[in-house]
Design a protein around this ligand. Structure first.
Ligand code: IVH
Length: 670
């Protein structure tokens, strides 16, 4: 087999394994074998740039380029469904269909209503060519690059499976509960705002400008509507979707054809309970007339088809008594009010606390202590107070007064203009803030000192051993082995764990500092750009803003952090302890001056390296990366989908365009 054939064969194999894993949930090889094959394909594709294919399985990793989404007009408008919450209205729908079809027999296809983000996919010759969000129903965002990273969406359909030359298929993009919970846990650790439900998380992810981020967020997709000029006019919806499954799409296993109204109601009551065990969020049932001919006969109203309806499940809601409001102080000083209620069973779990978000939220309900409140858990994972039963209010109940001083240290709280959150400004001596910062510092994604945990941090803080992260490095075995020395073994382990963290790379040290709004990814980008703590600490606003993903808020927060004398001294003490304060320079090995004096513009989407890596390569070889094309631009390093405006400008000025392979050859980094 020559390499070309090998590439084709590997692509076919990997597509099949993707399908087995993500659509059928039945992997047939180990992750390790899969990764090996992927690596081999990447290598071969790198050697054969002429074989590049945007739909190759290697392209699912995404890129970190910033695109403004292109707006695309839908070929067929994306309508919505009329909604109902009552069985009586389902009956009315059923009867309307019956009389609309003038007594003809009909079948109803009943299916789950997935609670995500609707998407329309176009396939031509079995290849995914475009993915567009619903938008306003007439035009949506072209999110093809992001959608390509979703493993259960086939980029190429199964050959010979009989798909039409061109068609559209619509469905829902979802974030499975497990991914959603993991994402929120991570965001909580970073003190980033949580996503309220998987739909918001999926939508926020898909609309992200970085497909690499999308690739990391494990989205899923179910398809439920096939359309196009080549779909047989006399076919049926249910049967068409079974065919789509053979082409490679993920189609719900839960679809049923119903012949009577009672069958429809049975389906609804079955799934109202069963849906709680599904891996993704659903918020109702969709009923569709199965025959396409009958669908056409029934037609559309201005907004929705007459041949379909959505029955929405009621969010589970219970009432309970509010006993007390307590307040939590986070590592940034943010104060969150929490409702403490009589325990109550809600959607299978015992609930006794619910977030009250902030003062405005409490005011909006005019909440009183002793109130009977309604608590809901719809698509949301965190229980939410959604209302107050005013009939149960009595005259002896007092309104909830938001606190004015920190419950932990007594400092008057502040509320910054335009923000809903109250903060305790005492970041020097407020205990939960101090402990929170140290806990963040030792956390897995920061310095990864796993021999310590929140309890030990709390203990050492109370003993006066530590006041900040730098104090950790002064701890000796004798300080923590107990008066009788009984805990010497664990003391050794702890001290070793702390010592080992001196090896943690610079980017994680940047993250560990806990600069507000600087999450893991931003820390990485900052570390790569500035290379040392000194350079980062003295960076100007402009230099910070120049880093991808860093906007005004983050840049100002970084400046504020290093402006503070206490933070500068913390960094100095960490430096003296031996914590890594610059990027490992082996990456700079092999630097040359091949690009000396050249101004290079980067444009488009790349497959071998990220944009930031190309920037680094340009600098490493003595060149200068510039933002916009001008007469003095030496050449453009262009990936796929270079913007048309840039292309035109380059042509007009006669500036050479170089692809990534040519560029890598030029600097001998192939
Ligand atoms: S069919 C013309 N089927 O619910 C009919 N929609 O307002 C097109 N949805 O925007 C939609 N699950 O995002 C259909 N099994 C399902 C669905 C479904 C979820 C969403 C879809 C649509 C909304 C209806």
């Amino acid at each position: 087999m020559d390499s070309r054939e090998q590439i084709i064969e590997l692509r076919r194999e990997l597509e099949q394994h993707n399908h087995n894993y993500y659509v059928l949930n039945q992997p047939t090889i180990s992750d390790f074998e899969f990764d090996e094959k992927m690596r081999l394909l990447q290598e071969l594709e790198a050697k054969h740039p002429e074989m590049f294919d945007p739909n190759s399985p290697t392209q699912r990793v995404g890129s970190d380029i910033n695109h403004e989404f292109k707006q695309v007009e839908h070929r067929y408008p994306m309508l919505s469904l009329s909604n109902t919450y009552s069985p009586a209205e389902v009956k009315e729908f059923y009867e309307r269909v019956r009389s609309g079809l003038e007594g003809e027999d009909f079948e109803i296809c009943a299916e789950l209503k997935y609670d995500g983000l609707s998407i329309s996919l176009t396939y031509i010759d079995g290849q995914l060519t475009q993915a567009v969000t619903r938008g306003d129903g007439v035009r949506g965002d072209d999110v093809t690059a992001n959608v390509r990273t979703i493993r259960s969406i086939p980029l190429r359909l199964k050959e010979g499976s009989g798909y039409p030359h061109e068609f559209e298929i619509r469905g829902e993009i979802l974030m499975p509960w497990t991914s959603f919970e993991a994402l929120n846990r991570e965001r909580e650790a970073n003190e980033e705002p949580l996503f309220a439900n998987p739909r918001n998380a999926a939508s926020g992810t898909l609309k992200s400008q970085k497909s690499q981020l999308v690739a990391s967020r494990k989205l899923d997709a179910y398809l439920y509507y096939l359309l196009g000029d080549e779909i047989p006019q006399d076919s049926c919806h249910y049967e068409n979707l079974q065919r789509c499954r053979q082409w490679g799409f993920k189609i719900s296993e839960g679809m049923r054809k119903c012949k009577t109204f009672d069958e429809v109601m049975d389906y609804i009551s079955y799934w109202d309970e069963e849906r709680k065990h599904l891996p993704v969020a659903t918020d109702g049932i969709v009923l569709k007339v199965n025959s396409l001919r009958q669908q056409r006969h029934l037609g559309y109203t201005a907004k929705s088809p007459r041949w379909a309806i959505a029955y929405k499940f009621k969010a589970e809601r219970v009432s309970t008594v509010l006993n007390e409001v307590t307040y939590q102080v986070g590592r940034t000083g943010a104060v969150t009010p929490v409702a403490n209620m009589d325990p109550v069973l809600l959607a299978g779990t015992m609930v006794k606390r619910a977030t009250l978000n902030n003062e405005d939220f409490i005011r909006s309900f005019d909440l009183h202590l002793g109130d009977t409140v309604f608590v809901e858990k719809g698509g949301e994972i965190i229980p939410k107070v959604v209302g107050v039963d005013l009939d149960k209010r009595t005259s002896d109940m007092r309104p909830v007064e938001f606190i004015s001083v920190c419950p932990e240290c007594g400092t008057p709280l502040v509320r910054y203009e335009g923000e809903a959150v109250h903060y305790c400004p005492n970041d020097t001596t407020c205990p939960p803030q101090i402990k929170g910062r140290i806990e963040h510092f030792i956390s897995r994604k920061a310095m990864n000192i796993d021999s310590l945990g929140p309890e030990t941090v709390d203990e050492y803080y109370r003993q006066g051993l530590i006041h900040d992260a730098a104090d950790l490095y002064k701890i000796g075995e004798m300080d923590i082995c107990g008066a009788d020395g009984k805990r010497i073994k664990s003391a050794r382990k702890i001290v070793k764990g702390i010592h080992d963290s001196l090896q943690v790379p610079f980017e994680r040290v940047v993250f560990a500092l806990g600069i507000r709004f600087v999450g893991e990814t931003t820390a990485k980008l900052l570390a790569r750009r500035f290379k040392s703590m000194d350079a980062l600490a003295s960076a100007s606003l402009e230099q910070l803003l120049d880093v991808e993903g860093v906007g005004q808020v983050i840049a100002e927060s970084i400046i504020r952090f290093f402006h503070d004398e206490r933070n500068r001294s913390l960094v100095e003490r960490l430096r003296l302890a031996g914590v890594t304060m610059e990027i490992d320079d082996t990456a700079q090995e092999g630097a040359t001056d091949r690009l000396n004096g050249l101004s290079i513009v980067i444009s488009g989407v790349f497959s071998r390296h990220s944009r930031d890596e190309y920037k680094a390569l340009i600098e490493k070889h003595g060149g200068k990366n510039v933002g916009s094309i001008s007469k003095s631009t030496s050449f453009i390093l262009a990936g796929d989908n270079m913007g048309p405006a840039k292309l035109e400008k380059a042509n007009k000025l006669g500036i050479k365009i170089i692809n990534e392979d040519e560029f890598l050859q030029m600097i001998d980094e192939m």
